[in-house]
Design a protein around this ligand. Structure first.
Ligand SMILES: *Cc1c(COP(=O)(O)O)cnc(C)c1O
Length: 376
């Protein structure tokens, strides 16, 4: 049996190696490393895949979020509502831009930002909401969009973990996550569901005005060559990464199916175990399992983590310290924010190996070892 890994990118690459070699050689032979044809082609193909009007490739997912926030024309001290239970990048860019992150609760079942908690946090300084489709499942976007309309707030979806996921809107339309709010941001970090061989990211929107503004911001605020209309940054997806992403985008739906198959194997194996809660699926959202995350009851999460490690089975804690408890945000007084559910979850969640190359014998060993621990 192959060694079990959280993510097995080597085995995944083996299956597409010839086309990857071809595109890398092509890019090398033209030496068009920046703004090359692969970037333009990928942009169009991702627009088609997502069913969105504009895709703006950029250097990474964190930049995508930063550029999105910069495009809204917010002022220092404006408040942006975000979950505390997320990867730090979501919340960090808010503070970086001189805005105030306002941390709210997540839903106990979906791990995603809780609309009721958002509503409670809205003040006259609130300008935007950044929902995170955590672990690959969409937030309650119908309620979030209703709130944003009611209070005139912008919505930036952090779609870094959920690219390819679908969501059913209140009107019955089925759309891709990242295309529901004003702006959607994603990351092509290698271990993401659509990952490249380095850093990469993208922003998407159906809003023409925001699109051209974000394109400018990502390129030094430049409207035409050497004319800089606003303060921007330098954030590009390179041609080599775009070439890789074009190949992997064609595989994405089958990658997501592989993840779902692994998830159902886990589901079945843990169905009878009262101490283990498998990932909840909301009716509106199609989970793409960036992570397969259990919530444990009456068993010690860290003990399980160590027990698995002793048996050569990796597992991860996403995320052990929520954003509102990070030193980084101490000056915002966020340590005083009470988010009991978030704190509760950070002590009880554990993510099992999840990727496109999991084999049945690996899944069997993982689930048997977890069961052995529970029954100990
Ligand atoms: C990965 C990730 C990011 C940041 O993406 P990078 O490409 O690493 O900058 C942002 N938000 C979430 C939820 C993520 O998982």
């Amino acid at each position: 049996m192959k060694k079990i890994q959280m993510v097995d990118l080597v085995s995944q690459l083996e299956k597409i190696k010839p086309s990857i070699d071809t595109v890398i050689n092509e890019v090398l032979s033209t030496a068009q490393f920046i703004n090359g044809p692969e970037v333009k082609a990928f942009q169009t193909e991702l627009q088609d895949y997502l069913g969105v009007k504009h895709v703006i490739p950029c250097a990474n997912g964190t930049d995508a979020l930063q550029i999105a926030l910069m495009s809204l024309g917010l002022r220092p001290g404006d408040e942006v509502i975000t979950p505390s239970f997320t990867y730090i990048a979501t919340t960090e860019v808010i503070a970086l831009l001189g805005l105030k992150p306002v941390f709210v609760e997540v839903d106990k079942d979906t791990f995603c930002i809780d609309p009721a908690s958002i509503e409670n946090a809205i003040t006259d300084k609130t300008k935007a909401i950044v929902p995170v489709h955590l672990y690959g499942q969409a937030c309650n976007m119908n309620d979030i969009m209703r709130l944003s309309k009611k209070h005139g707030l912008s919505v930036i979806e952090d779609n870094a973990q959920a690219i390819g996921s679908e969501y059913t809107l209140s009107n019955g339309d089925r759309v891709k996550t990242g295309t529901i709010g004003d702006i959607g941001c994603t990351s092509f970090f290698p271990s993401k569901n659509l990952g490249c061989f380095g850093d990469g990211g993208a922003i998407c929107t159906n809003n023409d005005e925001l699109a051209s503004k974000m394109r400018m911001i990502a390129n030094h605020g430049q409207s035409k060559r050497y004319h800089h209309d606003m303060v921007g940054c330098n954030s590009r997806l390179d041609n080599l990464q775009a070439g890789v992403l074009r190949i992997k985008l064609r595989e994405l739906d089958s990658y997501l199916n592989r993840r779902r198959e692994a998830a159902s194997y886990y589901d079945k194996a843990f169905a009878e175990i009262a101490e283990i809660k498998v990932p909840f699926r909301s009716a509106e959202s199609r989970h793409v399992f960036h992570q397969y995350t259990l919530t444990l009851d009456r068993i010690d999460r860290d003990d399980l983590h160590h027990f698995l490690a002793k048996h050569d089975i990796p597992s991860m804690i996403y995320y052990p310290i929520p954003a509102h408890r990070q030193q980084m945000f101490a000056s915002f007084g966020s340590g005083n924010t009470e988010l009991p559910l978030t704190d509760w979850l950070t002590e009880r969640v554990i993510s099992l190996p999840m990727h496109t190359e999991l084999e049945e014998e690996q899944l069997r060993l993982i689930t048997q070892t977890v069961k052995e621990f529970v029954q100990k």
